[in-house]
Design a protein. Structure first.
Length: 290
């Protein structure tokens, strides 16, 4: 019996809270479809019994949008974030932590679609609000710093990106620990920045740190781990080490096919990676960021 069936008989207020928490756990473990299904089930009951504008309902809408982003369902994510944002701004205010969470999420959705001109002002709003409400070194603030840095990589603003990644990494090392998945995500993205700048000697130890930590914390076939495997393979290819590159490409390919191909093949980057892996193991293929 699925978890959705287990929780179906719970009181609606308990169901909503539990669903949001469990969905967050599923998202961290790469179980995106289960997170979405759980939120959809809870949302139907909350909308009927609590109303579409109730804060608990809006919390579930926000978490469902988080799941949609990870599934690459960006139209659904944007609509859900917009709904949650409108409700939270009305009931909580523009600078409330919950509102800023949704601003941050909507920015990620735009960023993943390459709509940087829409994402950047939202990141800036979330960052300013979180710095004011939570402090410069709070994990939520550092999350926005991390994602804004990723956007700057997309805009080829490498100096700005490096400064933000260094800030995020120092803060996450201190606040979360060196082996926390969020810290490792920043390590991996900083490695990618150095790779794009041709600073391979700086990139390689960071990729190796990120990969070792993710294997310990998340497992060898977690989507985040496989992204790092993929990116390290491309670094080895750029360095002319085709033996290591091929081994990692084959590992990434096997991992995606085992656990994540069905869920992630609609992502443009992953689809391209699959095609290039099958066509020629020594051809360049897109690297991916968190």
């Amino acid at each position: 019996m699925s978890l959705v069936n287990h929780v179906g008989a719970l009181p609606i207020n308990v169901l909503g809270l539990l669903s949001v928490r469990v969905a967050e756990y599923f998202l961290k473990r790469g179980r995106y479809g289960e997170a979405a299904a759980l939120c959809q089930h809870a949302l139907a009951g909350q909308t009927q019994q609590l109303g579409a504008e109730h804060l608990d309902t809006l919390a579930t809408v926000h978490r469902l949008a988080d799941a949609y982003v990870r599934q690459g369902k960006y139209n659904d994510a944007e609509a859900s974030y917009q709904r949650a944002l409108a409700g939270r701004e009305q009931h909580l205010g523009a600078d409330h932590q919950g509102t800023l969470d949704t601003v941050h999420g909507l920015a990620i959705s735009y960023y993943r679609q390459g709509e940087y001109e829409k994402a950047e002002p939202l990141y800036q709003r979330a960052l300013a609000g979180r710095e004011h409400q939570l402090g410069a070194n709070h994990p939520d603030t550092l999350a926005t710093v991390h994602y804004l840095a990723a956007l700057y990589i997309g805009q080829k603003k490498h100096q700005e990106a490096e400064a933000l990644y260094q800030r995020a990494l120092a803060g996450r090392d201190q606040q979360l620990g060196a082996d926390h998945p969020d810290t490792l995500a920043t390590v991996g993205n900083l490695a990618l920045l150095y790779q794009r700048q041709g600073k391979y000697n700086k990139a390689q130890p960071l990729y190796q740190r990120a990969l070792a930590g993710k294997e310990r914390q998340l497992g060898p076939d977690h989507p985040s781990t496989l992204i790092t495997v993929n990116n390290l393979a491309e670094l080895y290819r750029l360095q002319g080490d085709h033996v290591e590159a091929e081994a990692l490409v084959r590992r990434a390919l096997a991992g995606w096919e085992r656990g994540h191909r069905v869920k992630l093949m609609h992502h443009t980057a992953v689809s391209t990676v699959f095609k290039l892996m099958h066509q020629n193991l020594y051809s360049p293929f897109p690297v991916m960021m968190h």
